[in-house]
Design a protein. Structure first.
Length: 243
């Protein structure tokens, strides 16, 4: 595990963009797993800027979103598809056919999980999985208690996770209770993992994930077992780390 601590969120975003840029320049057909949420917004802004300046070309890359809510239309303003259109897909030259995200209204959710997992395998697997960290230790939508061997699956979202999404949906009652997510085994099979963590509110769970026991109760605790993990954090998030 490689731990990088930077001063603040802006520095984190810039360093994350440099990290991704180096991988893309070395392998133009890079296969990425991409997150949503607040933490990666700065990363996406920086990648878009580098693209506009002619420094990055995404035309041969492939991207798989980590997850998507079930039960809402794909054009719902709070869907992850809408998020990606606003913040990344619409800002770079990633081909439409290379932008993958689980269907939010599949006729058969289990079949959709199998289809999505097969797409990843058909692309040759993930080169780089970029992850955030939930306040309860979830990675993607793998909530506490998720078996480490799970692949892409339907996740039942905890009340804590749903509460974190309540503002975007206009109230807790509007937040979906289920989502399709890449499983922990799928993520751990990526050739490289980059974990991004920002803010004092994540400091406690980050310390548990990196320095506590490996347990499904803290899904992110499995990440230090990955042979090629980089953890990029700001000083606030690193506040409780002992190392």
């Amino acid at each position: 595990m490689r731990l990088i601590v930077v001063d603040d969120y802006l520095a984190l975003s810039r360093e994350a963009a440099r990290f991704v840029a180096r991988r893309l320049l070395a392998k133009p057909d890079l296969v990425l797993a991409l997150p949503t949420g607040e933490t990666p917004l700065g990363l996406y802004r920086e990648l878009a800027r580098l693209h506009r300046e002619g420094l990055l070309d995404f035309s041969r890359a492939t991207a798989f979103n980590l997850d998507e809510f079930l039960g809402i239309p794909p054009n719902h303003p709070a869907s992850f598809r809408s998020y990606m259109e606003r913040h990344f897909w619409g800002q770079v030259n990633l081909r439409p056919e290379a932008r993958h995200i689980p269907q939010s209204l599949p006729a058969d959710p289990t079949g959709e999980c199998q289809r999505y997992e097969a797409l990843i395998q058909g692309a040759g697997g993930l080169d780089l999985a970029i992850l955030g960290l939930g306040r309860n230790g979830h990675i993607a939508f793998n909530e506490p208690g998720t078996p480490f061997e799970r692949r892409t699956h339907v996740a039942e979202l905890t009340e804590e996770t749903r509460a974190a999404e309540a503002e975007r949906f206009g109230g807790l009652g509007n937040v979906p209770k289920r989502a399709i997510t890449l499983g922990i085994r799928t993520l751990m099979n990526a050739r490289e993992v980059l974990l991004l963590v920002s803010g004092i509110e994540k400091a406690g769970i980050l310390a548990r994930a990196l320095e506590g026991p490996v347990t499904p109760a803290v899904p992110a605790s499995v990440l230090p077992l990955h042979p090629n993990l980089t953890v990029l954090v700001d000083r606030a998030a690193a506040a409780f780390l002992q190392g």
